[in-house]
Design a protein around this ligand. Sequence first.
Ligand SMILES: Cc1cc2nc3c(=O)[nH]c(=O)nc-3n(C[C@H](O)[C@H](O)[C@H](O)COP(=O)(O)OP(=O)(O)OC[C@H]3O[C@@H](n4cnc5c(N)ncnc54)[C@H](O)[C@@H]3O)c2cc1C
Length: 390
Amino acid sequence: MDFSLPDELVALRDAAARFAAGEIEPHARDWDRAARFDDAMIGKLGAQGFMGIMIPERFGGAGGDHMMFAIILEELARHDGGLALAVEGHNGLCCQHIMVAGNDEQKAKFLPPLARGEQIGSWCLTEPGSGTDAAGMRTMAVRNGDDWVINGSKQFITNGDRAGTFVVMALGAPAGGRRVIHAFVVERDTPGLLTGQPEEKLGMRSSDTVTVTLDDVRVPEANRLGAPGQAFDDVRIVLQGGRVMISAISLGLARAALEDSVKYAHERTTFGKAIINYQMIQSKIADMACQIEASRLMLYRNATALDAGDSPGHLTAVTKVFSSEMATRACLEAIQILGGYGYLREYNVERYLRDAKLCEIGEGTSEILRVLIARAVSKQLGFEAERPAS
Ligand SMILES: Cc1cc2nc3c(=O)[nH]c(=O)nc-3n(C[C@H](O)[C@H](O)[C@H](O)COP(=O)(O)OP(=O)(O)OC[C@H]3O[C@@H](n4cnc5c(N)ncnc54)[C@H](O)[C@@H]3O)c2cc1C
């Protein structure tokens, strides 16, 4: 078992780090205040191959894998969690759903502009009345000749304000007494698709989050993704990868907190000494470093399993709970190490904290993931635990 990164991944990591330091770091604080990253970033990310990381080259992508995506996301999140979330929602959710469930014709039609960064994509599952209980959605898709007519409302949609392509989940007619969920590609200019004003958020502010309303939106059968009525299975597969990527964002934010803390602790003096010399400060830094190391090992193990086609099972939930909560703790400790300055907007650690908190909520809250973990562990030990039902 070799835990070292191969040379090509080290080169990718270094290239992503250079890009993020040059193109993101100088603007991240302004984007946080303005609640929007520059539109030009989408094309710049595309030019780096970061908008089609896991899309095969024949569909315009970089032909990479989960491991490559995780490494890139850590570097982007090191400088701006919001931008990393936008790239994650685009690649990990929207493009991945088309990759997982689309046929070759759909991939050839929808993926190239997304992969090249000509447009950004969004993925619409959550609704005003259903988040954790996603199967409780109310958006309806009704078959009408060769088309489907979709009505409903989606909530908290990342990239929705400027997305060109939306993957939308909707309820179909029940079959055999069971709820049936379909997934559709809806293009921006489709009549009846409306997006709301970007939400005012605590963190991840440089990414936009909007409501998406579907009012008699008509799409052809050719835009429906996957086997009829099986979209929820595809959603589970997409979320498995998405949760690994939220862990990568958590890791990048925790690393930002650690790096800023170490730098500050060496510069700041009290009682005639740099504060790094105090064991209580060292202890905080050491705890952050230990947890970051553990989180990165879990992340790489998860990403490698996905790339090998193995199901990581409940390890993904373990990684996301651990990494996201670790990131929040690391950011809180960073604020403590910076003292009063950590509480000011002039320093970045308060932004890291606001960004990190989202990682405990998006793509599966810590609570529901703990339910999944407890159920899986019970099963491993021969016990059956109750399943949450819609
Ligand atoms: C910035 C941001 C970006 C987002 N981007 C997207 C996106 O691009 N696409 C998309 O579809 N969605 C997106 N979401 C939605 C996100 O995935 C949901 O907010 C999340 O799944 C939680 O759903 P909810 O907010 O409805 O909370 P609820 O489901 O209402 O949960 C409220 C609380 O109850 C707890 N809870 C619920 N059920 C259980 C249970 N069975 N056991 C124990 N505790 C439980 C939850 O853990 C939580 O603490 C985004 C959200 C945010 C804030």
